[in-house]
Design a protein around this ligand. Structure first.
Ligand SMILES: C[S@@+](CC[C@H](N)C(=O)[O-])C[C@H]1O[C@@H](n2cnc3c(N)ncnc32)[C@H](O)[C@@H]1O
Length: 378
């Protein structure tokens, strides 16, 4: 069962060595313990094949104490890198391309970044792929000009024809954040295109996009089924990222309003709207809580709110505006059962909690996603 050679020290997979059926049981029991007071918790939806599901992985580069090139992940809660040749969660193509890039970096003697001295150039290589088998490489560098970067790009695309775009991202800061603010497209279009539930989506280097390439369709289909949408519905897709959920819903409803804080994601959402020929969706770049508060002061009728907040859940502004707007249906997609529990404790005075459906988006980790359907309690 334990297929991973670095599992003894890599902290990324908390459930390494645990049979997948057992992992699902642990997650099911956790969800039931936290949430079964609200309503029955459905059986968790697991994956048929729980390996190689990640469509995005970032590998870091540095030197060990003997000044040998080292690349892979950081030890948990530390700045110490360890070598990774293959990650069993990563898409197989991502592993293959990463190993090819590692060899090229070593043969071209590209100076990698040394965290201790803050010298050197190449910090991380981020690889993203789409269901259409397009691969994006983001070379995160500590400076604009990098020795031999043109040849690095030439060789990446020569040896890896599935790579459709290469971007340089500049991150000067002494920080544990991977990406800086500036992107320079070195090859291709600067984005890749994914397909989900028959719709196409553009993914830029820094936009949020679900990382489980197969299970995302299951998650979205579960949420949209729970929403029981109809042609008269005006739907809010709150925390919409690149608009994926709302655009998958658009052809079944009257209107979709997507709200998202990240400007790049909103740009992508507007492009995705055009890409899919959708003209009943509107995307707003704003804090979801603030926008909901404004909307709650108008008489605009909203039938359904689909909300997919970050791990911190929704703030009080959002929650109190939501109940004031009083949509007949709410579908809450949560990546953190603890904040979900907090938010449901508030919502239960206004809504009947009809369904709780756990979905396993992150096998081998302790994370679990949950779809909750709430209906207005008249
Ligand atoms: C869990 S992701 C969901 C994205 C999208 N629904 C999807 O499936 O790809 C949460 C999103 O909320 C956005 N976000 C975080 N805080 C926000 C806020 N206060 N207001 C609006 N959007 C926010 C993030 O940028 C991110 O795109």
């Amino acid at each position: 069962m334990n297929k991973c050679p670095v599992s003894d020290y890599c902290g990324a997979c908390q459930y390494q060595g645990i049979d997948y059926a057992k992992q699902l049981q642990i997650k099911q029991e956790y969800e039931e313990k936290l949430l079964s007071n609200f309503c029955h918790v459905n059986e968790i939806i697991g994956m048929d094949d729980p390996y190689n599901y990640r469509n995005k992985v970032q590998f870091s580069f540095g030197y060990d104490d003997q000044k040998n090139l080292i690349s892979g992940y950081y030890l948990p809660d530390s700045h110490r890198l360890f070598n990774v040749d293959e990650c069993m969660l990563a898409d197989k193509g991502i592993n293959r391309i990463y190993n090819s890039i590692k060899k090229i970096i070593s043969s071209l003697k590209i100076p990698v970044y040394d965290e201790r001295s803050h010298r050197g150039f190449l910090r991380h290589v981020l690889i993203r792929m789409s269901n259409l088998n397009e691969y994006m490489i983001v070379l995160v560098t500590a400076a604009d000009k990098v020795f031999n970067i043109e040849e690095l790009v030439n060789q990446i695309i020569r040896f890896n024809p599935e790579v459709t775009t290469v971007i340089q991202n500049i991150n000067f800061e002494n920080t544990s954040m991977i990406l800086g603010n500036k992107n320079i497209v070195l090859f291709g279009k600067g984005y890749i295109t994914d397909e989900l539930l028959g719709h196409r989506f553009r993914i830029s280097p820094s936009s949020f996009y679900q990382v489980n390439k197969r299970q995302t369709e299951v998650l979205y289909a579960t949420a949209l089924k729970a929403a029981e949408l109809n042609a008269k519905d005006v739907v809010i897709d709150a925390y919409c990222g690149t608009g994926t959920i709302g655009l998958c819903a658009a052809d079944r409803v009257k209107k979709v309003i997507g709200i998202e804080l990240n400007e790049d994601a909103i740009k992508d959402a507007n492009i995705n709207k055009q890409l899919n020929g959708i003209n009943n969706a509107e995307f707003i770049c704003a804090d979801a809580g603030k926008y909901m508060l404004q909307l709650s002061k108008t008489k605009r009728k909203i039938d359904c709110v689909i909300m997919d907040p970050p791990r911190s859940g929704s703030d009080q502004k959002f929650m109190s505006s939501l109940v004031k707007m009083n949509p007949s249906k709410v579908v809450y997609i949560s990546c953190n059962p603890q904040t979900l529990k907090r938010d449901l404790n508030f919502l239960k005075s206004y809504y009947e909690i009809e369904k709780i459906i756990p979905v396993d988006m992150f096998p081998f980790t302790s994370h679990v996603e949950t779809v909750v359907k709430l209906i207005r309690d008249f």
